[in-house]
Design a binder for this molecule. Structure first.
Ligand code: PMP
Length: 384
């Protein structure tokens, strides 16, 4: 059919299905406010759960890091990009989360793709929660291993899949707190079942790290679970970007030899790692932020539950308001914007068909007055 026709038709189909995605230009962003296309809004759509992306200690650490080490790492870690601040930060993360080793990645997306590519072989299987993040599902679909998905947060469904024979190795994957539903995985059950079948468990705790568990150590720590592979990301509660994989010494050795994303990609800039070290300290000492976030979640839910609409059962910072119909989700998001609140409308294929939603995210940086504004806007927009 030819390249031009292929890409034109794909775009036409996407438009026709009502699933066209737009990007908006952000001109300014504070911890709880955002300016888009020149207009200012209350921001209820970021993953900056603790409001750290604007914290002066973090900004200063990044600036000082640039002054000391320059802008970039200059090479991959296996060439000359493995800076001493990276070694130090990886050790700090490993000690903090109780693992022998931590390996830094440029992003959570890259980490998930890299692990699947490095670990899975023909004859192996990946058993994934149905709502697992695209970075893992797409990597799984491309890998020589087979992919089976189990019903969301249903250990018996996983048990049924585990019971079927497999000649190779089994990797079970789940998120800690699910990015689009905001609910928490039954990690102890998942770990128990996985171990019973000599599999490995991978937990992607992008939305739990920094927020839940003692000292912000995340959902696994909270549920006293230690997956074989723990993925944590730094673009959310840590307020920066990047990711780390926590694992055993043997697995770290293996990944450093066979993980192509580590070997062939430029290392994270040392200055960014300085910012991440500052973020880690703030997270470790961040009980006050976490308490404020919990207060905001309770404050919002108590009031939102009295409004018309379907608030999902989530006690995390992610508060999905399920609308069902794609166009209605877009219309509601637009109505909220007119009332000064920026909330993302999430549609398939990011979420299952028929479950389009507003993904409302709360932050420690919000105050009650701002949440009241959101509630009023929701009430108006939803006709309550
Ligand atoms: N895993 C989950 C569960 C996520 O929600 C995301 C980001 N949306 C990622 C991984 C990707 O992380 P990053 O943004 O660091 O690439």
């Amino acid at each position: 059919m030819g390249w031009q026709q292929r890409i034109t038709e794909a775009c036409q189909q996407r438009r026709a299905a009502g699933l066209w995605r737009e990007r908006h230009q952000v001109s300014q962003r504070g911890a709880s406010q955002i300016a888009i296309d020149g207009k200012s809004y209350l921001n209820f759509s970021s993953n900056d759960y603790l409001g750290l992306s604007q914290h002066p200690q973090l900004l200063t650490a990044w600036q000082q890091g640039i002054a000391r080490y320059g802008a970039g790492a200059g090479a991959s870690t296996h060439v000359t990009g493995y800076h001493h601040v990276q070694a130090e930060f990886e050790q700090q993360l490993a000690d903090w989360l109780g693992y022998p080793r931590a390996l830094l990645f440029i992003s959570g997306f890259a980490a998930n793709q890299a692990l699947v590519a490095a670990l899975m072989a023909s004859g192996d299987r990946i058993l994934a929660d149905r709502l697992m993040h695209a970075s893992l599902l797409e990597a799984a679909a491309q890998s020589p291993a087979s992919l089976r998905r189990f019903a969301h947060n249903q250990p018996p469904a996983l048990a049924r899949l585990l019971a079927s024979p497999c000649s190779g190795e089994t990797l079970v994957v789940s998120e800690g707190i699910f990015s689009m539903d905001g609910d928490c995985a039954p990690l102890a059950d998942l770990q128990h079942l996985t171990r019973q079948h000599q599999g490995w468990l991978l937990v992607d705790d992008a939305h739990g790290i920094g927020v839940s568990g003692e000292g912000g150590r995340g959902s696994c720590w909270q549920q006293q679970v230690q997956p074989d592979l723990l993925v944590v990301t730094f673009g959310k509660a840590f307020g920066v970007s990047g990711a780390a994989v926590l694992c055993s010494e043997a697995l770290a050795q293996y990944l450093l030899q066979f993980c192509r994303h580590l070997i062939y990609s430029t290392a994270m800039p040392p200055a960014q790692i300085c910012a991440l070290q500052a973020a880690l300290l703030l997270v470790q000492q961040g009980d006050e932020y976490r308490q404020r976030l919990q207060h905001n979640i309770r404050y919002f839910r108590q009031r939102a539950l009295t409004l018309p609409g379907s608030l999902m059962d989530s006690d995390s910072a992610i508060q999905p308001w399920v609308v069902g119909d794609d166009d209605r989700a877009l219309a509601l998001a637009a109505a909220l914007r007119q009332r000064g609140c920026w909330v993302g409308a999430i549609r398939p294929p990011t979420v299952p068909a028929g479950s389009a939603r507003l993904r409302i995210t709360l932050s420690a940086a919000h105050d009650e007055r701002q949440i009241d504004s959101l509630l009023e806007a929701l009430s108006d927009a939803a006709g309550g």
